[in-house]
Write a protein that binds this ligand. Structure first.
Ligand code: 3H9
Length: 708
């Protein structure tokens, strides 16, 4: 019989069949916001003092156990709970069982680790993802997890921040029991009754057995530090986390906890943590399109089709298959289709060899991709994504064909990266069903998914495209229709300045070094070599033909004309040895640069690292402001999300606009204005940038004027 004894809005305590059930009810994800911890402590005290209670259960209401501390509270003054919940649990005279469904993350998992037992439904996910927001598990996680599962497995979880599925958590020893069936609460009460009388109470803090593993692997911590050196460059959180786990092995529990608390305090307001928190919320905000009715009934997309079996089309088809969707891959040429499927198989096989995919999963995914040769074969698909050659007449022909064959209600998407979506839509009799869905390269890997809203795109089509991106694991972001849309349009000035600085005397390897030191995984010239210099060559020719004032890049063009297309030909901006992707500085490139600048009579000078960084990024900031001013993007933070997930911008710097905001709109504007004087029209400051500079406004909070 249930008889409620304590009631706070956020935490409930009820006694049922002699078990005290503590329910955390703080929607949407039961984050440990203000009041939640105190509520839990009150409930634990209530349970401890109630003679009718023999054991307790901690469970989450709604869709999750506890997703962690309330991230919105970090960096702000906040009341501390009366005592750490874990201390109260450690001193509890009665056993407490954590009953986990949905997510037990960060502080949520740390609460569970301080409980005496943990059970979970099979679909639950557990993790300590603090490192992903620039902090470390500050609620005892770095001390308890290694004691429970051994330092090696704990390090892997804490340093990666990954979500561990319940069955794996059981195998690791985090979970005591997996609960089948639908009633977790009932199962938890039954479990609590079973263990109610067992003594001593199993406290993770008292365990030492698994820590001994570290002695058998004396290099463990150093090896992990080395293994993350490249990825964690410029960041403190991963290293502080490792230091804490090391403390778990070398120090008494309470000393380890003190160290964890101290290092957590150091990280909470670090620049890296602030930037990563911003990125976390920006990635949630980007899903929201103001003005779209919330209750739109969206068509269900059960099967999709991709037109064009080239590299891009193949990557898009893989994106669907990777998320369990059946997809038809259409190409009129049987030869291209055969090669396309082969390329997909090769890609999957590489993943199998690397160990990131099982052979069985590869087979499953391959069977989801059905090659077809006729438009009629895709007519009944719910959505189709065109990924043919990037030329307007070709796109129009495809859309006119799609218009003839596709069933009513089908969504027609174009993967164009720059072309006018309205002109493409005009090739159909149903422009309301047409939108752009721009994937980045490689399509199956990159997360940015730009959804381009045409003048006639209906709200349902727009919302369905956004939803589709999320369904295949992408981060959907709104873009208005303009040449290059939002992501590429903000990136084009960067690419131009990169080429021009080399004409003026900067070395490609200097530019690459500056950007790698800034935090990019690879420098922009090395990236050009990876993607192939010939790709941008075609785009440049198209733009030059359309716009007589277009500034071409004669050095790059010369390299292409010499057959130096990048890694695929063994030479581009750099030289490459057989089967080795390490760029080697090549005197032949120096000769090309010298000859082109000699012909054009461009004076040469030295560049400081700072000038290179600012010239590349400020040009993009200025363009981003112009895009916002035109209402083609909704928010500056959306642009940051695109740069983080599409262009490799270092996440711990928050994104293009966040980074520039750290310098300040005034300083950015002043520099842009100076370069406008020196270099001419392409540096004309955007009106929005000027306005923000004058008003002291925030770049990262800038909003576009679009209304959907
Ligand atoms: C921590 O625990 C520190 C401790 O070690 C020690 C401290 C002393 N706080 O992502 P969604 C919001 S650090 C505040 O769209 P999903 C989110 O903003 C924390 N808000 O749903 C969104 O709000 P809105 C460690 C949060 O189903 C709404 O909830 N934990 C938090 O795709 C729905 O979120 C983490 O880092 C939070 N902790 O994914 C976990 N979590 O509707 C962070 C979510 O206004 N969270 N919100 O836009 C996640 O990874 C995902 O949200 C989760 C659900 C996987 C849980």
């Amino acid at each position: 019989m249930a008889n409620a004894t304590v009631e706070t809005p956020l935490v409930r305590f009820e006694v049922e069949d002699s078990i005290g059930v503590i329910t955390i009810d703080n929607p949407p994800v039961n984050a440990l916001g203000p009041g939640v911890r105190d509520g839990i402590i009150e409930a634990l005290e209530q349970g401890a003092s109630d003679a009718a209670v023999s054991a307790m259960v901690m469970i989450g209401a709604g869709r999750s156990f506890i997703a962690g501390a309330d991230i919105r509270q970090f960096g702000k003054p906040r009341p501390n709970p009366k005592r750490p919940v874990a201390d109260v649990l450690d001193h509890s005279p009665k056993p407490v069982v954590a009953a986990i469904h949905g997510y037990a993350l960060g502080g949520g998992l740390e609460h569970a680790l301080a409980c005496h037992y943990r059970i979970a439904v099979p679909s639950a996910k557990l993790g300590l993802p603090e490192v992903l927001i620039g902090i470390l598990p500050g609620g005892g996680g770095t001390q308890r997890l290694p004691r429970l599962i051994g330092p090696k497995a704990a390090l892997e979880m804490i340093v990666s921040g990954r979500h561990v599925p319940a069955p794996e958590a059981k195998a690791l020893g985090i979970i005591d029991e997996i609960v089948e069936g639908t009633d977790l609460r009932r199962a938890a009460i039954a479990f609590a009754q079973r263990i109610a009388d067992r003594r001593p109470l199993p406290r993770v803090r008292d365990r030492g057995d698994r820590l001994a593993e570290a002695a058998r692997e004396p290099d463990l911590f150093e090896t992990v530090r080395k293994s993350i050196a490249r990825k964690a460059r410029g960041q403190k959180a991963p290293y502080h986390s490792i230091a804490c786990v090391e403390a778990a092995v070398t120090m008494p529990f309470d000393t380890g906890i003190e160290m964890e608390r101290r290092l957590f305090g150091e990280l909470e307001n670090s620049e890296e943590a602030k930037a990563l928190r911003y990125a976390f919320f920006a990635e949630r905000e980007v899903a929201k399109i103001p003005g779209l009715p919330k209750d739109l009934a969206l068509p269900e997309i059960k099967n999709a089709a991709v037109v064009g079996a080239g590299t891009m089309g193949g990557g898009i088809a893989m994106s669907f298959a990777d998320y369990g969707f059946a997809v038809k891959l259409l190409d009129a040429s049987p030869e291209i289709l055969r090669k396309g499927i082969e390329r997909i198989r090769d890609n999957y096989q590489t993943s199998v060899k690397r160990g990131s995919l099982t052979a069985a999963d590869m087979d499953k995914r391959l069977t989801l991709i059905e090659p077809v040769e006729s438009y009629e074969a895709i007519a009944d698909c719910d959505a189709v994504i065109e990924a043919v050659f990037e030329e307007m007449p070709v796109k129009k022909e495809v859309f006119s064909r799609l218009d003839q064959v596709m069933k009513p209600g089908a969504l027609l998407f174009s993967n164009t990266s720059a072309l006018d979506i309205d002109e493409i839509a005009a090739a159909t009799t149903r422009p309301e069903a047409v939108a752009g869905t721009h994937f980045f390269v490689p399509a199956n890997v990159m997360k940015t998914f730009e959804v381009v809203n045409g003048a006639q795109t209906s709200p349902v089509t727009l919302a369905a495209a956004m939803q589709l991106g999320r369904a295949i694991g992408k981060i959907s972001a709104y873009a208005g229709n303009c040449d290059g849309f939002v992501a590429n349009r903000t990136r084009i000035p960067f690419n131009l300045e990169q080429g021009l600085m080399v004409e003026e005397g900067a070395r490609p390897e200097q530019v690459d070094r500056v950007m790698v030191e800034f935090g990019y995984p690879v420098g922009p010239f090395a990236v050009n070599d990876m993607s192939g210099l010939d790709i941008s060559y075609a785009t440049r020719k198209r733009r030059a033909a359309a716009d007589p004032s277009y500034r071409s890049l004669p050095i790059t063009d010369r390299l292409v004309e010499m057959g130096r297309l990048g890694q695929k030909t063994g030479a581009g901006w750099y030289r490459y040895r057989n089967n080795d992707r390490t760029p080697i500085v090549d005197p032949e490139v120096d000769a090309v640069i010298a000859s082109v600048v000699g012909e054009l009579g461009i004076p040469q000078r030295q560049f400081s690292d700072e000038e290179i960084l600012r010239r590349l990024l400020f040009s993009s900031v200025n363009e981003a402001c112009r895009i916002l001013e035109e209402g083609k993007a909704l928010r500056a933070s959306d642009i940051d999300v695109m740069w983080l997930n599409g262009f490799g911008f270092p996440r711990y710097r928050g994104g293009l606009m966040y980074w520039a905001d750290g310098i300040g709109a005034r300083e950015v504007y002043n520099q842009v204005a100076i370069w406008h004087q020196r270099y001419g029209a392409r540096w004309r400051p955007s009106a929005l940038l000027q306005q923000l500079a004058e008003s002291g406004g925030s770049l990262r909070e800038a909003k576009g004027l679009a209304s959907v």
